[in-house]
Design a binder for this molecule. Structure first.
Ligand code: MTE
Ligand code: MO
Length: 353
């Protein structure tokens, strides 16, 4: 393949890998499985392209006399991309490896950001325009086609290999997450988006307040919420790579909202933690969603969000707000909630004061 076509294909594939990777963090519904497939195919495509590029620059690499500053950058880039791809493939195969407190998936995400940033900088500094003769031509089209089919075939190949070898990766959910402690009450991993660590909340003084676009703002005591006995079976699927299916108990949000009379322009419901961590759901989805006080027969443990947490089926774990103290009915989306999940750990309550 012409060098420029290889380079532009690399950039394009990296962009696809980056975007599908980002979208996958927000995908939790079974019908969104293809996002994860596209991400995997983009990974294999990168691997094949890299192979082509490596063959091209190989002579420059093995002759120290031909080394220059670009060789060093090139090798560094190669190392980064190999680590990014390797961590992803290893994780998907069921690999367990921790470094500096982060697992393979965490490292894969970090490396994905670093590689993407490096490619963007490189493109601005050095990219050469793609000319007509780089793309038009039977050889080029055959090459690109072979790459596309090759990577598309490698993906199911990988799934089958995992199953044939009975690797731990074969038991992953479509999101890539592995199961822990389903239907066993509080005995599944706990997680934070950053590092929220509030003090345990005292239900004697704790109240849930419901306000915003409502006619009659209200407070609810813990006992009032527990009395509802609504149930839902749902899977918490953390973007850190574990999932757990539980029977949750608490109160359906529609039941709460009915007691406050919503304004006609109400559109979203925001769930706000004592740490200021917050996330919102569209009104109709929120109505059928549960605020949990219990997992199975056990009250939520402090780490799982006692006294009250959101259980939002089909949404990824980071959206399941813990330690809720406020519910705010909104008339418009809340884009700044994305910031809140990064800053909540630095608030007084988030640090445990
Ligand atoms: N207030 C608050 N809620 C939160 C988080 C957080 O950091 N703060 N982390 C989220 C993340 S990333 C996940 S995966 C789930 C983890 O829930 P668990 O600890 O019960 O497993 O809680 C979510 N709710
Ligand atoms: Mo998470």
């Amino acid at each position: 393949m012409p060098p420029r076509l290889t380079d532009w294909s690399l950039a394009l594939t990296a962009a696809v890998a980056f975007m599908t990777g980002m979208v996958s963090l927000l995908s939790g519904l079974p019908q969104e499985w293809f996002i994860f497939m596209l991400h995997g195919i983009a990974g294999f495509w990168l691997l094949l392209l890299l192979w082509g590029k490596l063959r091209r620059v190989w002579p420059r690499l093995i002759h120290p006399r031909r080394w220059d500053r670009r060789t060093v950058y090139g090798l560094l880039a190669l190392l980064l991309v190999t680590l990014a791809l390797g961590s992803g493939i290893w994780w998907v195969g069921g690999g367990e490896w921790y470094f500096a407190g982060f697992n393979l998936l965490n490292w894969h995400i970090i490396l994905g950001f670093v590689v993407t940033a490096a490619i963007v900088i490189h493109m601005f500094a050095r990219a050469k325009r793609l000319r007509k003769r780089d793309i038009a031509g039977r050889r080029q089209i055959l090459h690109l086609g072979a790459l596309l089919f090759g990577s598309a075939a490698l993906w199911p190949g990988q799934q089958l290999t995992e199953r044939a070898l009975n690797l731990p990766g074969a038991r992953r959910r479509f999101t890539g997450s592995q199961e822990f402690g389903s239907y066993a009450g509080n005995a599944f991993p706990t997680s934070s988006w950053v590092a929220d660590q509030p003090r345990p909340l005292d239900v004697n003084t704790w109240r849930l307040s419901l306000g915003g676009a409502v006619t009659t703002p209200r407070n609810f005591s813990y006992d009032e919420l527990v009395a509802a006995h609504d149930e839902a079976e749902a899977t918490l699927d953390c973007t850190g790579g574990f999932y757990s299916t539980q029977r949750w108990r608490g109160i359906r949000i529609g039941r709460l909202l009915d007691q406050a009379v919503l304004h006609t322009n109400a559109r979203y419901v925001s769930f706000i933690s004592v740490t200021s961590y917050r996330w919102s759901l569209p009104l109709e989805e929120a109505r059928s969603t549960l605020l949990a006080t219990h997992i199975g027969e056990e009250p939520l443990s402090h780490e799982h969000g006692f006294p009250l947490r959101l259980v939002a089926p089909g949404r990824r774990g980071f959206e399941w707000v813990k330690w809720i103290t406020h519910i705010e009915v909104l008339t418009a989306p809340d884009p700044e909630q994305v910031l809140s999940i990064f800053t909540s750990s630095f608030t007084d309550a988030g640090r445990g004061n």
